[in-house]
Design a binder for this molecule. Structure first.
Ligand code: PFF
Length: 467
C-alpha cells in the first residue's frame, strides 16, 4: 500500500536536491575535523576498520530506515513515528525516541557551531598571511591563543549560529541547492589538492600505515567511539536525515541514493585522513593532539606551500560551508516539529531554538579556557567523583556533551529507528518505500535493517560495558 502524504514544509525540487542536501548534512566537520583527530586518539587503523564496518553494517541500514520513515510520513521525526506507529496499530510512544533524537541534534549543534566558528576565524587568519612560513610550534601556539580567548570564540560561535539560523528561518530549500551544487565538488577538489601536497611530504606511506595498519588489541578500545562516529558522520540517529527524507520526491530510489551519500561521506573522511596524517608526521606534530589537529596541521601546510594563502582561504571557506550545511540539518527536525505542533511562525521557532543552542554552546567555548579545570565523571585512583575542579582526569563540558550525544544518544536513536522500520512498519511498507528491484537485494537490505544493525548496536554497547 502506498501513501501519498504531503509535507507542510515543502519538498525538494528533485532527487538531486535530496542528494545534495543529505550529502551536505553528512559531509561536514565530522569528516574533516573530527574523523582525523579520532583516528589519532584511538590508535589509527583499528579505529578506521571498526568505523568502516559500522558504516556498512549499521550506518547505512539506519540511514535507509530514517529516510523511508520520513518519506512515508512526510512530517517531523516525532510526528512521523507517531503517525506511522498508529497506522500500524502500535503505541504512539515510539515518537519519544524521535523526540530524544531531536534534542540530541540541538545538543550537537551547540558545540558544532563553536567549531564552525573556528573555521570562520581561520578564513581571516590564513587570508591575512598569519601562517606564512610558519613553524609547527608557531601554529600550535596560534591555535592555543585562539581557544584561550573566550570572547573571540563567542563572537565566531554567534556568527556561525546566525548564519545557520537565517537559512533555516527562510526554509531549507532556499539557497541550499544553489550553494551546495558548486561548493561541495569544490571542497572535494581542494581535499584532493591537499592530498597531492601530502604526497610530496615524503611521509605519505607513514600516513597510510597509520590509518590502515592495526593491532587487534586496539580494536576493543575504539569500538564505541568508532560506532558513535559512524552515526555522527552519516548524520543518523537524530532525525536529520529523516526530515530530509520527508521532503524527498516519491520517484527517487531511497536505497541507491542513501548508499551513494554514505559512500561519498566515507570517501571524504578517508581522503581527509590521508591528506592530514602525512603532514602531521612531516611536521613532527602529534597525531593524538585531539580537537585541534586539523587547525594545527593544515595551516602549517598552507603556510609552507606555493599559493598556500589563496588555497587556505578557499579551503576554510569550504569547511565553513560544509559545517553550515550540516548545522542546518541539526536544527531543522525540531523547527519542523514545533511548526507542526504550535503553528508558531518558522522564524520565531528558529530564533528561540538557535538561541538555546547558542547558550548551551557557551559551555563548550568555556571548556577551552575559563572552565578548563572543571572536570566531570572523574575516575582517579579508584575514587569516582561526578564533578571536580582541577582534576587531571575526567571530561570537560565539551567532552560530556560529545560523549553523551555521539556515544550514547546517536546509537540509541539509530536503534529506535531501525527497529521501527524493521519491526513496526513491516516488510511491505519498507519494500514499497525502498523500491529495490531485485528481490535478493531487498531481502538482504531488510535483513540488515531487521537483524544485523540492531544486534550490531547492542553488541557494541555490551562489549563496552564488559570491557
Ligand atoms: N554529519 C555531520 C558531520 O559529519 O559533520 C554532523 C552531523 C549532522 C551529525 C547532522 C548529526 C546530524 F544529525
Amino acid at each position: 500500500m502506498s501513501t501519498d502524504k504531503v509535507s507542510v514544509h515543502g519538498s525538494w525540487a528533485s532527487r538531486w536536491v535530496f542528494i545534495l542536501a543529505a550529502t551536505g548534512s553528512a559531509v561536514g566537520l565530522g569528516s574533516i575535523w573530527k574523523f582525523p583527530y579520532m583516528v589519532g586518539v584511538y590508535g589509527g587503523g583499528a579505529f578506521v576498520l571498526v568505523f568502516l564496518a559500522c558504516i556498512a553494517l549499521i550506518g547505512i541500514p539506519v540511514m535507509m530506515a530514517e529516510t523511508l520513515i520520513g518519506r512515508r510520513a512526510r512530517q517531523s521525526p516525532a510526528n512521523a513515528l507517531k503517525v506511522l506507529a498508529l497506522e500500524a496499530g502500535h503505541s504512539s510512544k515510539w515518537s519519544w525516541g524521535a523526540f530524544a533524537g531531536m534534542i540530541t541534534a540541538l545538543l550537537i549543534l551547540s558545540f558544532y557551531s563553536v567549531v564552525g566558528g573556528w573555521s570562520l576565524e581561520y578564513i581571516i587568519d590564513v587570508g591575512k598571511g598569519d601562517f606564512q612560513a610558519v613553524t609547527p610550534d608557531g601554529v600550535g601556539a596560534f591555535f592555543g591563543e585562539l581557544i584561550a580567548d573566550p570572547w573571540r570564540l563567542v563572537a565566531w560561535h554567534t556568527l556561525f549560529m546566525l548564519l545557520s539560523a537565517i537559512t533555516i528561518a527562510k526554509g531549507v530549500n532556499a539557497g541550499l541547492e544553489r550553494s551546495l551544487r558548486i561548493l561541495m565538488p569544490l571542497l572535494f577538489v581542494l581535499i584532493v589538492i591537499l592530498l597531492g601536497y601530502s604526497l610530496t611530504t615524503g611521509h605519505f606511506m607513514e600516513g597510510v600505515h597509520f590509518m590502515f595498519d592495526f593491532t587487534p588489541e586496539k580494536l576493543l578500545d575504539g569500538l564505541l567511539p568508532a560506532m558513535g562516529h559512524a552515526f555522527f558522520s552519516l548524520s543518523v540517529g537524530v532525525g536529520s536525515i529523516m526530515i530530509y527524507g520527508a521532503y524527498m520526491t516519491k520517484e527517487a530510489s531511497i536505497s541507491a541514493t542513501v548508499v551513494g551519500v554514505a559512500l561519498l561521506d566515507t570517501f571524504v573522511s578517508l581522503l581527509a585522513g590521508l591528506a592530514l596524517f602525512p603532514i602531521v608526521f612531516a611536521a613532527g606534530l602529534n597525531p593524538s593532539e585531539g580537537p585541534g589537529l586539523m587547525f594545527v596541521t593544515l595551516p602549517y601546510a598552507f603556510g609552507n606551500v606555493a599559493f598556500g594563502t589563496v588555497m587556505g582561504v578557499v579551503f576554510f571557506i569550504l569547511v565553513a560551508v560544509a559545517a553550515w550545511s550540516s548545522a542546518i540539518s541539526l536544527l531543522e527536525p525540531m523547527v519542523a516539529y514545533l511548526v507542526e505542533r504550535t503553528k508558531v511562525r518558522r522564524g520565531w521557532v528558529t530564533f528561540w531554538l538557535s538561541f538555546i543552542c547558542w547558550f548551551v554552546g557557551l559551555g563548550t567555548v568555556f571548556s577551552f579556557n575559563i572552565w578548563k579545570q572543571a572536570k566531570f565523571f572523574v575516575n582517579e585512583g579508584g575514587a569516582f567523583h561526578l564533578y571536580q575542579w582541577g582534576a587531571t582526569a575526567g571530561l570537560d563540558f565539551f567532552g560530556v556533551i560529545d560523549f553523551f550525544t555521539s556515544r550514547i544518544m546517536l546509537p540509541l536513536g539509530g536503534l529506535c529507528f531501525v527497529i521501527f522500520a524493521g519491526w513496526v512498519m513491516g516488510r511491505e511498507a519498507v519494500r514499497d518505500e525502498l523500491s529495490v528491484r531485485s528481490p535478493v537485494l531487498f531481502a538482504l537490505t531488510f535483513f540488515l535493517m531487521r537483524y544485523v544493525a540492531p544486534i550490531g548496536i547492542l553488541i557494541v554497547f555490551a562489549a563496552q560495558l564488559w570491557k
